[in-house]
Design a protein around this ligand. Structure first.
Ligand code: 5GP
Length: 107
């Protein structure tokens, strides 16, 4: 079950600050507080989705399209052309925040 008090939900609501890179009606992108590469961004959809399964099965087509477009826009804003995208899914994969997110990492 989605926890409305997870840290990314709080960032979307503006209850805790984030160093924003890109934002539109569908998604928000910001820098990771604990980067694991020179550039480490996170992109999150504006909606209540636990992981990529939840997002793919339950988000509207409009939101899914908007989210992946926001991932693209974030990459453009970061000014990188070579990077990794990661979506940890489940505790054993390393997921610690249970609001669907995509990592963008570049060196
Ligand atoms: P996960 O491990 O769930 O795939 O990724 C969650 C990421 O969120 C971690 O890399 C962690 O550093 C980042 N993170 C956790 N809390 C905050 C926060 O309050 N602000 C920001 N900007 N990143 C956070």
């Amino acid at each position: 079950m989605y926890d409305k008090n997870n840290v990314f939900a709080k960032i979307i609501r503006g209850e805790i600050p984030a160093d924003k890179i890109y934002e539109d009606d569908y998604a928000l992108a910001f820098y990771n507080i604990a980067p694991e590469s020179k550039i480490h961004a996170l992109v999150i959809p504006k909606g209540e989705f636990i992981n990529i399964y939840d997002f793919t099965e339950n988000a509207s087509t409009e939101l899914q399209t908007g989210f992946w477009n926001a991932v693209n826009q974030t990459v453009y804003k970061l000014g990188v052309t070579e990077f990794r995208t990661v979506a940890n899914t489940g505790k054993s994969s390393g997921q610690t925040v249970f609001h669907f997110h995509v990592h963008i990492m570049a060196n």
